[in-house]
Design a protein around this ligand. Structure first.
Ligand code: GLA
Length: 761
């Protein structure tokens, strides 16, 4: 609910268990009052009488006012949200003023506000597909204007009360007749209570994404960022913040935020000597440039933020539910594949699982055949995949143009007759006959110099004239600042989708940028993202049954922006179960299990060379959207039966993993083991999963109390053979937990299905 008190000019944004308040002051500036948890179930508004003490009286500390929008000019010694250059002098020029240009000073004053229900941030999906929850949401739009220069900025706050989430974005408008240069633009600034200085974030690299890091913010500035045309492996645009020692997994006040944007980004955390903490998030300032032409507008994407007092777990669950309900598109059920006669039937045989919003079980042949694909070996893999219960078969790299290895072919999106002499039709019909959907890998933003596309259009690659073009994985990036390039790629993908029954594409992006020279100049940073989003939006609008996986050398394009137009993400190229445990834990801080594609691959892992038992590999992969990446041709009948048994088990628990609330009962850094629980919101079913990363001899593992169950209900705990291992009340499970036989073995895992007994109360 949004409440405005016209007497004190105070805004209250009231969410389920938090409140955000700000006030227009006597000089018409919009200043932040407070953001934090509030007593649940209590009615009440903040009058605006109470204000924080700020030290802005001292001559060196006069810029500490908590403006909702920090602008360069008003503020020069600290980080700002907006910096602009005005090229026009005021007319008349005040007496005594010299005609310096450009004027680099923005002062924004309150003009008006409105509450609307249909507002959207910049780069909101335009595919037209619904989200699971389409209930309208209130957005507060507060218009501020510079009293002298022709710039209007509207601050937008869209409320999702159930998850205590506010989406913040800015809408800029040049109301004059000369261009305005914008030099820095974040999507919003957050003022946190003094001392909120313990930061949780993730860092990483290729095959080591989402490594959780905790740190105490220094006095000064700490920045997490990635400078490229995708979100990046090195960091991910989300954070959790709390007072040191005052929050843990299920307790304490935690502030959280994430950017809904997949380009060059920055989150900047500032702590003043006064312990005041500010967070700024949005477009990366490096090489940023935005010209706001006369009369033009610019809408930023959203900085999604929230606060709760249920610890990091509470913050994650809010982000997960928000993503599932409000961000992920719901694909329309596709043309049913033929009913399978060879494998155990899932609850929704003959319909893509996307129709239920749950992700289907995927087989991807990349690690099985790499570039050695033939029609025959793919058909054989597909037959084996169908027989073990797979629902979606994805053909990876190597099917197009001259792509016989990773040195050529990108850009030529036509089926290679060398590999598929009869096109993809024979493979796809067989996949469909087997009852599976068909998926295809593409890497649309790229071009190999050894390709027909590059030979025809070398000028289409990003470059600076007269300067070298640095290749990475033998490839260059197409200039999505050119409309004709974006259209070419759209048309190439459109032709494939029109010709073949393709239900799924894996959209890859396998390098960071260098030489970002484009026909649109510095605007390429946003134009590239808009180009990618635009192609996906057009494809999804035209093929509403299509589902998409976002991949960038594993997990380098995962964020709330891309999730608005994709259904799942490839978490990491590293499929080693124990490495995955850590990657998945970091991932789970912000993103839900439903989108976290996780494959079971070979016993001896291709990336790390380590061997893990099949049970461990399944225990880890079943924590997300299960996929299989192992070569099924290398497995004997007994092993294939084991695979089938795990897949059948996963189908029984999928709705809980992909739709339940996550509780991280035990985290790696505390126990060298990870125990998690997914619980359906009504407490009727849960999945308990424990994996021991490294066990110390002589150490006994504690029983871990469960959460989210109904204390008075009786539950049975089933293993993958549906054998009841335990019967206990919710009370017992939530006070004591489940005793394990996992002592003494590193790499040991266990997954159990917990089900409420109908008559148990
Ligand atoms: C990237 C992806 C892999 C695979 C290869 C194909 O590395 O992350 O899953 O698709 O490209 O070249």
């Amino acid at each position: 609910m949004i409440h405005f008190n016209p007497d004190t000019r105070t805004f209250n944004l009231i969410l389920h268990s938090s409140v955000y308040a700000m006030q227009v002051d006597s000089k018409d500036r919009l200043v932040h009052l407070v953001w934090g948890p509030r007593p649940v179930g209590e009615e009440g508004v903040l009058s605006g009488r109470l204000r924080p003490t700020l030290s802005d009286h001292a001559s060196f500390e006069f810029q500490t006012r908590r403006d909702e929008l920090l602008t360069f000019g008003d503020t020069t010694t600290h980080e700002v949200t907006l910096k602009a250059n005005f090229a026009t002098l005021p007319d008349p020029l005040p007496d005594g003023d010299a005609p310096h240009l450009p004027i680099r000073d923005v002062r924004l004053r309150y003009v008006s506000h409105e509450i609307v229900t249909d507002a959207q941030p910049g780069l909101a999906p335009a595919h037209g597909l619904p989200t699971a929850n389409g209930e309208p949401r209130e957005t507060l739009r507060i218009q501020l204007a510079d009293p002298v220069q022709p710039l209007t900025v509207t601050l937008c706050y869209r409320l999702t009360p159930a998850q205590d989430i506010i989406e913040r974005w800015l809408e800029l408008e040049n109301t004059g007749d000369a261009p305005i240069e914008i030099e820095q633009l974040f999507f919003g600034a957050l003022h946190l209570p003094n001392g909120t200085t313990e930061l949780t974030s993730v860092s990483g690299a290729w095959a080591q994404e989402f490594q959780t890091q905790w740190e105490r913010l220094p006095i000064g500035r700490r920045v997490i960022e990635h400078r490229s045309l995708q979100t990046g492996h090195a960091a991910n645009p989300f954070f959790l913040l709390n007072r040191p020692g005052q929050a843990w997994e299920e307790h304490g006040t935690v502030y959280f935020g994430a950017l809904a944007y997949s380009g060059s980004w920055q989150l900047s955390f500032e702590q003043f000597h006064s312990t005041d903490v500010r967070v700024h998030g949005g477009y990366h300032p490096a090489d940023f440039g935005l010209t706001l032409a006369a009369g033009a507008q610019h809408k930023t994407p959203a900085l999604v933020c929230g606060v709760c007092d249920e610890g990091w777990g509470g913050a994650s669950r809010r982000l997960h539910a928000f993503t599932r309900e409000r961000i992920l598109p719901v694909a329309v059920a596709g043309v049913p594949a033929a009913p399978p006669d060879t494998h155990e039937k899932s609850g929704t045989v003959g319909r893509p699982a996307a129709a239920d919003q749950f992700r289907p079980i995927l087989y991807n042949s990349w690690e099985a055949t790499y570039f050695g694909i033939t029609e025959q070996n793919q058909i054989e893999l597909a037959q084996k995949a169908a027989a073990i219960g797979v629902e979606l078969f994805c053909l990876d790299d190597g099917w197009f143009g001259g792509r016989r290895f990773d040195v050529a072919g990108l850009g030529d999106w036509t089926v290679s007759p060398d590999v598929f002499p009869n096109g993809l039709e024979p493979l796809i019909s067989e996949v469909n006959r087997l009852g599976m959907d068909f998926g295809l890998w593409v890497e649309p933003e790229m071009v190999n110099p050894d390709s027909d596309l590059y030979r025809a259009h070398p000028e289409w690659a990003l470059h600076f004239p007269g300067r070298p073009r640095t290749e990475a994985r033998c490839q260059l990036i197409l200039d999505f600042g050119r409309e004709e390039v974006v259209d070419y790629i759209f048309n190439a993908l459109d032709s494939l989708l029109a010709q073949y029954n393709i239900a799924f594409i894996k959209w890859d992006m396998n390098r960071n940028v260098s030489e970002p020279g484009s026909v649109v100049g510095k605007a390429i940073w946003q134009a590239h993202v808009a180009g990618v989003y635009g192609i996906i939006d057009r494809l999804r609008a035209k093929y509403p049954h299509l589902t998409i996986e976002s991949c960038s050398g594993g997990g380098a394009r995962i964020d709330l922006g891309i999730l608005g137009r994709t259904d799942q993400v490839w978490t990491s190229d590293n499929t080693d179960a124990l490495d995955r445990l850590r990657i998945q834990e970091g991932f789970s801080l912000a993103y839900p299990a439903r989108v976290m594609e996780a494959w079971v691959t070979h016993e001896k892992n291709h990336q790390t060379g380590r061997s893990h038992e099949l049970s461990t590999r399944f225990d880890v992969a079943m924590r997300g959207a299960l996929g299989i990446g192992a070569s099924l041709n290398g497995l004997d009948e007994a092993e294939l039966k084991e695979y089938a048994s795990y897949i059948a088990f996963y189908k029984r628990i999928r709705h809980i993993v992909q739709g339940g609330d996550l509780y991280r009962l035990e985290r790696l850094e505390e126990a060298d083991a990870s125990t998690i629980l997914y619980v359906l919101p009504d407490g009727s079913e849960a999945v308990y999963s424990v994996v021991v990363h490294s066990h110390k001899l002589g150490q006994f593992r504690r029983m871990v109390p469960l959460r989210g169950l109904i204390p008075s209900a009786t539950y049975e705990v089933l293993d993958r053979y549906q054998k009841v291992r335990l019967t206990a009340t919710g009370y017992e499970l939530m006070v004591q937990g489940i005793s394990g036989d996992e002592d003494g073995r590193s790499g040991y895992g266990r997954t159990l299905h917990i089900r409420r007994l109908e008559t148990g109360d």
